[in-house]
Design a protein around this ligand. Structure first.
Ligand SMILES: Cc1ncc(COP(=O)(O)O)c(C=O)c1O
Length: 484
């Protein structure tokens, strides 16, 4: 296929050239009605290109097949058989993939390090999760993605499970052995879905971890806005093989999707695909080089440690995206929350993720030496700054954080609920999801029995700076539990 083409951008350019008058949404009429103050901040071009996908960008029958062509080019670029664009984030794509694989009441093996959108998928669909436990690293206090042997064992104990879902890369950049897990699934004729929200860039450079389609996954979901250059919410799901029906996948997405997709998102994804095919190798190669030197510079700062090799030891993760720089702040005597807040308040720098003892600086091909120099110099200043001792987060025995799924997430979500003080919730069954964000991996799921360990972890975490936006009470003074 001609990867120099960019059908959405071309159609948009043609649309502008013809100078259409629109008696249809969006109501701002390409910015004519937008307030000057809004236009000043957002720019006129944003409104100019915000047009209907069907009946403006393309004709009312989608006769030019603008979107279809862009999707075909995307699939061709990354070696998938089919690609579907979504403007509702990987949050939608991952739910669509789950619905395409399992029906209500059917079981699916799911890594317990799944993103909260997977849990939303369980509440919506009634799929039964068979949780596959991550490997807990006692040194780093970090969960590594579950390995193939864990999926093998889970299938052995649950032979009726209809497929598996793996999150890789994790929001920390650590990766599963996807090829081996795909083999575990395929020996049983079951599909593998990969939530690869953090891996949109993987197909475009050999030094990056294996991309899910190359590892034989059946469906994978990527967020173009995370490691690519799409707008927020731009996501693609890719499909190959014959274990997942493309029509069912498309219908599932259609059930959940908006009927007003934002063409700006399509255009940015389309243009990014072309950019990656034409220049990805070189751009990502430079980004990896920059990440290498930045890692070394940060690691040389007193009290800060870049975590790399430990993530890849035996019993740890299978691979690592080195564009994700994990910085341990433990020896500096500060928490990751403090470091992130200081960088933002004092140096106007935002980092991707922070927890009780680390921050994550996420590089993409868009970064250059000026940017990373600014980060390194701010971190050097941070190490010379005296901050109060951090509040400590109680990290109980990992088994105390592995809660028992007593009731299906869907049942628990819709059941009658009581609101109880968190101290009285131990032993009760959760009715809500409680998710430290980022990274967005729930500590408590609807239907899980609450332990003293998880309560201590969450209470002390919030004291120390953890953010829990999805809980009904984000301060977690109270929790929603099933009515007795
Ligand atoms: C592993 C994982 N999956 C899915 C998502 C959802 O992606 P999106 O924000 O594109 O909806 C995220 C978002 O952080 C994520 O980290």
């Amino acid at each position: 296929m001609d990867q120099n083409r960019s059908p959405v951008l071309e159609a948009l350019a043609e649309y502008h050239e013809r100078g259409y008058a629109n008696f249809a949404p969006p109501g701002h009429k390409q910015g004519l009605g937008a307030d000057d103050a809004v236009r000043r901040v957002l720019g006129a071009e944003v409104f100019r290109s915000d047009v209907l996908a069907t009946g403006a960008l393309d004709d009312r029958k989608s006769g030019q097949k603008v979107l279809e062509q862009a999707q075909e080019l995307m699939a061709d670029a990354v070696g998938a058989e089919q690609a579907f664009f979504s403007t509702c984030g990987s949050s939608l794509s991952v739910k669509s993939a789950m619905m395409a694989v399992a029906a209500p009441g059917e079981s699916m093996l799911i890594g317990r390090d799944a993103h909260k959108s997977v849990i939303a998928g369980l509440a919506l669909t009634g799929i039964r999760p068979v949780w596959v436990r991550p490997r807990w690293d006692r040194e780093l206090h970090l969960a590594h993605p579950p390995g193939p042997e864990a999926y093998e064992e889970a299938f052995r104990q649950n032979p009726d499970a209809v497929g598996a879902l793996v999150t890789s890369p994790s929001p920390y950049g650590t990766c599963s052995d996807l090829k081996a897990i795909a083999a575990v699934c395929h020996r049983r004729g079951k599909p593998l879905v990969v939530d690869e929200a953090w891996g949109a860039h993987l197909p475009f450079h050999d030094e990056l971890p294996t991309w899910a389609m190359d590892a034989d996954a059946d469906v994978c979901v990527v967020s173009i806005h995370k490691m690519g250059a799409g707008f927020e919410q731009g996501s693609v799901f890719h499909l190959q093989g014959d274990l997942v029906d493309p029509v069912r996948l498309k219908e599932s997405a259609d059930l959940l999707s908006t009927t007003s997709p934002n063409v700006l998102l399509y255009a940015a994804m389309d243009g990014w695909r072309r950019q990656m095919v034409l220049h990805g190798e070189e751009l990502l190669g430079s980004a990896l080089e920059l990440a290498r030197s930045t890692r070394a510079e940060i690691d040389g700062l007193p009290g800060l440690r870049v975590v790399e090799d430990e993530l890849l030891e035996k019993e740890a993760s299978h691979d690592l995206d080195r564009l994700q720089i994990m910085i341990d702040t433990l020896e500096a005597g500060i928490s990751g929350y403090q470091a992130a807040d200081w960088l933002r308040a004092e140096r106007a720098i935002n980092v991707g993720l922070s927890d009780h003892r680390r921050i994550l600086a996420q590089l993409t091909f868009a970064d250059d030496k000026t940017q990373t120099d600014r980060l390194v110099s701010a971190l050097a200043d941070l190490t010379r700054t005296s901050l109060p001792a951090p509040a400590s987060v109680v990290l109980p025995d990992p088994r105390e954080l592995e809660l028992e799924q007593v009731v299906l997430p869907r049942k628990a979500f819709f059941a009658a609920q009581d609101v109880v003080p968190i101290t009285e919730s131990v032993g009760r069954i959760a009715a809500e999801q409680v998710t430290p964000y980022p990274p967005g991996i729930p500590a408590i799921l609807p239907g899980e029995r609450i332990t003293a360990g998880v309560v201590d972890y969450l209470r002390s975490g919030v004291e120390a700076g953890m953010v829990i936006p999805d809980a009904a009470d984000p301060a977690v003074q109270t929790l929603r539990v099933l009515h007795d």
